[in-house]
Design a protein around this ligand. Structure first.
Ligand code: ADP
Length: 189
């Protein structure tokens, strides 16, 4: 299997690149953010529990993340690999992912980290807020999401660096340029 975790701060282009990657490599796509937004839209119990947390830009509890992940993974059949977007987002989740893969008798192939400066990110996020109107794209919430990213998510990169699975990719350029850089890493492996 080809299992990828796409990593990067909010607004680094993970969602956009994911769409191209799953198509090219025929991968199942798991975005914890999308799964949570689907729960919100469906008005499920879980959705109700996470609304305030997401609107504030904080991380949803690991227990709830595990619940939605297990539900999603059970629904997958005959997959060639999985692309994770927005997960793992802290060290506990990185351990959870290791366990998940071992249950599936496979392992993470690589973690690809999109590198973009915070100034560029803030600009992109504010622009996206105008277009998509996501309820967590307000300036205060965006600032908190960056803070959560720096404090809780950034250490995940070190975790994968230590086991030699972290590949950094320059996230500045056109969508096609960045896509080519990511594919170069994957095709080398
Ligand atoms: P972005 O990468 O732009 O911040 P996401 O769609 O990945 O957007 O996440 C949106 C929100 O969903 C996060 O701010 C957080 O509240 C919640 N979330 C998504 N994935 C996770 C996760 N793995 N663990 C905890 N919370 C998560």
């Amino acid at each position: 299997m080809l299992n990828i975790a796409l990593f990067g701060p909010p607004g680094s282009g993970k969602g956009t690149q994911s769409k191209y990657l799953i198509e090219k490599y025929n991968l199942a796509y798991i975005s914890t953010g999308d799964l949570l937004r689907a729960e919100l839209a469906a008005g499920s119990d879980l959705g109700k529990q996470v609304k305030a947390v997401m609107d504030a830009g904080n991380l949803v509890s690991d227990e709830l993340i595990v619940q939605i992940l297990e539900k999603k993974i059970k629904s997958l059949e005959n997959v060639k690999g999985i692309l994770f977007d927005g997960f793992p987002r802290n060290l506990v989740q990185a351990y959870i992912l290791t366990g998940l893969f071992s249950k599936l008798n496979t392992e993470l192939t690589c973690m690809i980290s999109l590198e973009v400066s915070e100034d560029e990110l803030m600009g992109r996020m504010l622009k996206r807020a105008e277009i998509e109107g996501r309820s967590d794209d307000k300036p205060e919430t965006i600032r908190n999401r960056f803070k959560q990213y720096r404090e809780k998510t950034q250490p995940v990169e070190g975790f994968y660096e230590e086991i030699g699975k972290c590949y950094k990719v320059d996230g500045l350029g056109t969508i096609d340029e960045i896509f080519d850089r990511i594919c170069e890493v994957i095709d080398r492996l």
